[in-house]
Design a protein around this ligand. Structure first.
Ligand code: 4AD
Ligand code: MG
Length: 481
């Protein structure tokens, strides 16, 4: 007899056959009904035990969390809530679970409690659904790029350059922290470090991806990314996964088209392939929102929100237009924003981004052409506008409930302009000589963007905290598991 997964059993249309299944006990009701789950689906298979046929001591060991092996007949269910069930003939406890101490009791737990028990939280419906969706979205991303002629590229995790100029990086070093070798000036002598120079965990694979775009044409990365910014928010992780496509001969408009098509495609994929999990999460969210005052509840449920993004065009708005909207907005005039928008050039905070997306446009928004001095050095400089203001061909995609989902740009392909920009920002040419070489040998217009994978998973699952969409979150003061 072949052991089947719960998903296979529940979709089997041939009943009255002997089956074998292994999983973990969710509940054992009335000494008769075992709800069994093995992670293959959000749904449990009901296993019906005729207690007279089994040893009492054995049945006592069928507790929530125990691993069991069931053999029996798959029959049409007599009860409500499931189409098939198993009439148990043989029952084996593979691994006992102490009901006194097992943290995942069959009741509601707070997400905070489950974060402390992250090694077991995927035994719950919510977290197993979230992680199945995460897996499905990863697959959809690779599928999209593969079907559209992109090559998957692995960029280094240890780097010697700071792509974003953010300066908030994790150092990689094998020097003795207590007694590092010093230079004559008393500074740490990184020449004696493992790589003979200062190295860090990467904040982005973009610069390396550009080298491949300028030879292979269309490439993307999908890998771990690290930021040591000390921002303890529900949208930031110290270690997250980023998807970064980079395409030769593509301008900013093409970049926006690509990002929009890509997001619609991967979200469309989960709508089609993860119905059960989405329906569960949708219901969870509606239940959670029932406790909120009417004004704070969302007008759309989860599945409708995803469908809305898939079916509607993103709104494309220049930074300059956005600033006008914000300056004239109610929360700005009534000083409700923490950061009041006074003039052109202001950096947008998440409160502004969310106002634009959630209150003003009520759909995903692509903001483009940002002031040059609030964006990274590698972005393509525009001609100054009629007021002589300098902007770059940057774009950010803002999503309802999330804020910034994507950040990207057309890249500065002109050697002299790029050198000048680096000089102004004190970025030594020696550090990025290879990046400059791309502009010396066959330079061309090219563009790309970065998508924060966890922010996409947040949107697709309706989870409100980024710590709940990655298996083991890394945040300030926390690297457990
Ligand atoms: O806007 P960012 O910093 O852009 C880049 O790194 C570019 N090099 C991308 C490119 O053009 N190839 O980051 C891109 C995205 C953000 O929009 C956000 O979704 C996500 O990465 N992100 C984070 N996600 C979780 N935790 C953090 N600390 C994040 N920082 C950025
Ligand atoms: Mg950004």
């Amino acid at each position: 007899m072949i052991t089947k997964t719960v998903a296979e059993l529940l979709s089997a249309d041939i009943t009255l056959q002997d089956v074998s299944v292994k999983g973990w006990v969710k509940t054992f009701r009335a000494n008769r009904f075992i709800a069994l789950n093995d992670g293959s689906t959000i749904n449990n298979v009901q296993c019906v035990v005729d207690f007279e046929n089994f040893d009492e001591a054995l049945l006592k060991r069928v507790t929530t969390g125990a691993a069991i092996h069931v053999k029996g007949e798959l029959v049409e269910s007599q009860g409500k809530g499931q189409s098939v069930e198993i009439q148990v003939k043989e029952l084996e406890v593979l691994g006992d679970s102490d009901p006194e101490t097992y943290p995942i009791q069959p009741k509601k737990h707070t997400f905070e409690f489950l974060r402390e028990n992250a090694h077991l939280r995927t035994r719950t419906n919510t977290f197993s659904a979230v992680m199945r969706l995460r897996s499905s979205l990863s697959f959809a991303i690779h599928k999209y790029f593969n079907e559209n002629g992109f090559y998957y590229m692995h960029t280094p995790i240890i780097t010697g350059s700071d792509a974003e100029g953010a300066g908030e990086m994790f150092r990689v070093s094998t020097l003795d922290a207590k007694k590092p070798p010093l230079t004559e000036d008393g500074d740490v002598n990184y020449k004696e470090d493992f790589f003979g120079k200062e190295t860090n965990l990467t904040v982005s694979g973009q610069l390396e991806a550009e080298t491949f775009a300028m030879s292979l044409g269309k490439v993307y990365t999908f890998g771990p990314t690290f930021r040591a910014e000390n921002s303890n928010t529900s949208r930031h992780l110290a270690e997250f996964w980023m998807i970064e496509p980079e395409v030769a001969f593509m301008d900013l408009a093409g970049n926006m088209d690509l990002a929009e098509d890509f997001l619609k495609s991967v979200l469309g994929y989960v709508l089609e392939h993860n119905k059960d999990d989405l329906e569960f999460l949708d219901k969870r969210l509606q239940d959670a929102e029932k406790t909120l005052p009417q004004a704070e509840r969302s007008s759309m449920n989860l599945i409708d929100k995803i469908k809305f993004v898939v079916d509607n065009n993103f709104k494309r708005v220049s930074y300059t237009e956005a600033i006008d909207i914000l300056r004239n907005s109610k929360p700005n005039k009534k000083k409700k924003f923490k950061f009041i928008i006074k003039e052109w050039g202001a950096d947008l905070q998440s409160e502004h981004e969310r106002y634009l997306v959630e209150k003003h446009f009520k759909c995903p928004v692509i903001l483009f052409d940002y002031p040059a001095n609030i964006k990274a050095f590698y972005m393509r400089l525009n001609e100054p506008d009629h007021e002589g203001r300098e902007t770059v061909r940057a774009m950010d995609i803002l999503f309802p409930g999330i804020g910034e989902m994507v950040g990207g740009s057309q890249r500065e392909e002109r050697l002299e302009v790029l050198k000048e920009k680096m000089k102004a920002l004190d970025i030594p040419e020696e550090e990025l000589w290879w990046y400059l070489d791309l502009r010396k040998y066959g330079t061309a217009v090219h563009s790309g963007f970065g998508l924060g994978f966890e922010r996409l998973v947040m949107f697709a699952t309706g989870m409100g905290n980024i710590r709940d969409v990655i298996p083991y979150p890394r945040t300030p003061q926390n690297a457990e598991f």
